[in-house]
Structure formats: structure tokens, C-alpha cells
Design a protein around this ligand. Structure first.
Ligand SMILES: *Cc1c(COP(=O)(O)O)cnc(C)c1O
Length: 385
């Protein structure tokens, strides 16, 4: 049983419920950020991140920096592209708009390739777009947290390598790492960026990025200096290399407790085969999606191949609005999220099912949430078919 005070289950697409041991790591006594015990923890955490993303190329470079997932966008935009470069942003929801906005902030031209809500751009469309001009980079949201749409990364990356081999493949996997399989080397990825509070099951506060050797070469061959100070790879690279070599180093103070919590979480995750973890998320997701369909609700992502394993975004029935339903679900001890996609925000709700809520079924999070959904809808007069 959890030793945490009684609280509603937080079943949104991040932050997610925390394991007790991970949570207790946050109350670690004060440690020097350059003392051997913490240097060791940080170094091991960076190495574990390689295993988590299935990369063994020595030239791959992990970064763990205090900040949220958004900082990963700045790291990419300020270091791997330069003013005037063209970036193709595949759009499956809210997060592509924001990533594009981030590029524009740095004077980088971002063009979005959009799909209808709930869908993703097809490979033929992407291929045609790739042939239009010289794209420095393509970005894709692995799981768009606003729509629950999953993008297929392996096939997309193969296409980019075939049609436009100099284009860097950047994956916004903030809501995918930990719940969806990612094979960094095998799929030929250049950047995978994530954060601590989603599938990795830690409190919020860490930006986590893996760069390929190829991406690091692009950085090294820049004509202009990095366009940011805190998000400068030039400033962070020696720090990450030193920590991983278990040598003290300083640019800006790392959040020692949070990194200790991430160390705990990655140790737990990697103590079992990754395939088992991804299968557990897939199975829970299929069970949830079937239950949601049985209640008569439609998902934003209609096609099964477009559906993420770590979350479900569903339209409300009978023109109900999220503020009419979410409080009823909360009364039953479960927190879901409202909509985030600008055009339809009030019409749907989101259920996050990642981490301990899925891997520790004894907790009963999923069954409680499904019951709360059914009862919460019944309370406002909805009758399931
Ligand atoms: C949550 C999320 C982000 C932003 O992360 P923050 O930690 O909120 O800054 C970016 N992209 C995706 C796909 C996300 O789910």
C-alpha cells in the first residue's frame, strides 16, 4: 500500500502518480552538487537514460537540465538550427503549434504540415513536402498530449533518411518516453526530448534530451553561436560529459533531489525488461479504450494505429462540456484533464494512464477511474448504450 496521504488519483497526461520510493527520494538530505555521492548519482542517471532510449552509440549525448519539457524545444531551436533555416513541423495537435512558435522565437522558419484533428500527416504527404526544399530538421510529436494521437516514428524516420538524408529527425517524446517504445539507434533518431513528470513517473522539473552524434556534429559546425545562454549546448556539454565520467563540474546548479528521484525511477524501470513495460501500457490502454467505447464515447484518435498507449482523449456525449463532468469525476476521487486542442477544448476530456497506475495494478487506479467516468456521466443524466 502507498504511504502517501489519501488523495484523488492524478490521472492526467502528466504529472502522474508517483511511486513511494521515487517520492521519498525527494526528501534526500542536502548534498553538494559537486561532491562524489551526487556526482555518482547524476553520472549513473545519464547512463541509464541511454538504456531507456535504447542507444549504445558512444557519440549519443544525453542532457538532463532543470526546467520542464518545454526547455527541450529551446535546446533544439537555439543549438541545432540557425536563423533562417527551414524546419518542417508535423502537426497532430497543440504541441506542434508551440514547438513551431519556439522556432520562430529564434528566427528559424517553421512550416507546419497539419492533419485533421485526431489524425496525423500521412507518409506520402510528408514525402512530397520533404522534396520541396532543403529542410534542416523535421519534428514530430510522438504522442500529442492534446489529442492522444500517436505518431509512428520508425517508418517516418526511414522515410526522412531515404528522401532527405541531411535532415535531422527530432522527436518531441515528452508524453511518450516510458509508455511507448523508442529505439533511438535502430530508428536513426537525432533528438528525443522529454521531461520528468510524464511516463518517467517523477515530479516535474527536469528537461531530458538525447542527441545523436550527427546532431552534435551539426551543433559543432554552427556558423553562429548558440542563440541562448541557459539553453546552450556549449555550456552544458562539458558538464554532462564530466558527470557521466564521474567528475565534478559546474555551469548552473542541478536540482539534486529531483535527479535523485529520476535515478530511483530509472533504476526501477530498467530493473525489468522494457518490452514488458510497454506491453503493460498497451494492454491497459486497450482495456481502457474498450471500456470508453462501451460507455458510448468516441475518441479523438479514431484509428487504432493512431492511439497512444499512455493516454486517452475522448469526446463528451450529448454536447456536455468538460466543466460539467470533471467535478463529478473528482468527487469520486479521480482527476482527469480537460481538453487542450484550441478548436474543441470544452468538448472532450483526457485520461492519462502511465507509470504506477498501469504497472502496479493492485492500486486499482484504472478501475476506479473507469467507474468514476461512468458514474460521473450518469450523474448528469447520460445513459450509456
Ligand atoms: C507536456 C508536453 C510538453 C511540455 O512539457 P512541459 O513539461 O509542460 O514544459 C511538450 N510536448 C509534449 C508532447 C508534452 O506532452
Amino acid at each position: 500500500m502507498s504511504s502517501q496521504p489519501d488523495h484523488p488519483f492524478l490521472l492526467i497526461p502528466g504529472p502522474i502518480e508517483l511511486d513511494d520510493t521515487v517520492l521519498n527520494s525527494m526528501s534526500h538530505y542536502a548534498q553538494s552538487h559537486v561532491g562524489p555521492p551526487f556526482v555518482n548519482i547524476f553520472g549513473e542517471t545519464l547512463s541509464m537514460l541511454r538504456k531507456m532510449l535504447q542507444t549504445s552509440h558512444p557519440s549519443s549525448q544525453p542532457f538532463i537540465i532543470s526546467g520542464s519539457g518545454t526547455l527541450g524545444w529551446d535546446l533544439v531551436a537555439a543549438n541545432l538550427v540557425e536563423r533562417g533555416d527551414d524546419v518542417l513541423v508535423l502537426h497532430t495537435g497543440y504541441f506542434a503549434d508551440s514547438f513551431a512558435d519556439c522556432f520562430e522565437t529564434y528566427g528559424v522558419r517553421a512550416e507546419q504540415l497539419k492533419a485533421p484533428i485526431g489524425d496525423r500527416p500521412g507518409l506520402e504527404e510528408v514525402e512530397a513536402k520533404l522534396k520541396e526544399k532543403r529542410w534542416k530538421m523535421i519534428t514530430v510529436t510522438h504522442v500529442d498530449t492534446s489529442t492522444g494521437v500517436l505518431s509512428e516514428i520508425k517508418g517516418l524516420s526511414e522515410l526522412v533518411h531515404r528522401v532527405s538524408p541531411d535532415t535531422l529527425v527530432v522527436v518531441d517524446a515528452v508524453c511518450a518516453v516510458g509508455s511507448e517504445e523508442i529505439r533511438f539507434d535502430e530508428w536513426g533518431l537525432d533528438v528525443v526530448l522529454t521531461a520528468s513528470q510524464k511516463g518517467l513517473g517523477c515530479p516535474p522539473g527536469l528537461s531530458i534530451v538525447m542527441c545523436s552524434g550527427r546532431a552534435m556534429d551539426v551543433f559543432k559546425n554552427r556558423k553562429t553561436p548558440p542563440a541562448s545562454y541557459f539553453a546552450s549546448i556549449k555550456n552544458w556539454l562539458p558538464i554532462m560529459q564530466n558527470y557521466e565520467a564521474k567528475k565534478p563540474s559546474y555551469f548552473a546548479t542541478p536540482p539534486t533531489q529531483l535527479i535523485t528521484a529520476l535515478h530511483t525511477s530509472l533504476t526501477q524501470i530498467l530493473s525489468r525488461p522494457l518490452a514488458e513495460r510497454f506491453a503493460a501500457h498497451r494492454e491497459a490502454s486497450q482495456r481502457i479504450k474498450k471500456a470508453v467505447t462501451d460507455v458510448g464515447l468516441k475518441q479523438l484518435a479514431e484509428k487504432p494505429e493512431n492511439q497512444a498507449s499512455g493516454m486517452t482523449a475522448m469526446y463528451l456525449p450529448n454536447d456536455l462540456k468538460a466543466p460539467e463532468v470533471l467535478p463529478n469525476i473528482l468527487k469520486r476521487g479521480v482527476i482527469f484533464a480537460g481538453g487542450l486542442h484550441k478548436e474543441i477544448a470544452a468538448k472532450y476530456i483526457r485520461f492519462g494512464h502511465m507509470g504506477v497506475s498501469v504497472t502496479d495494478l493492485k492500486r486499482g487506479d484504472i478501475d476506479k477511474a473507469l467507474q468514476a467516468l461512468r458514474d460521473g456521466l450518469a450523474e448528469v443524466g447520460y445513459k450509456a448504450p
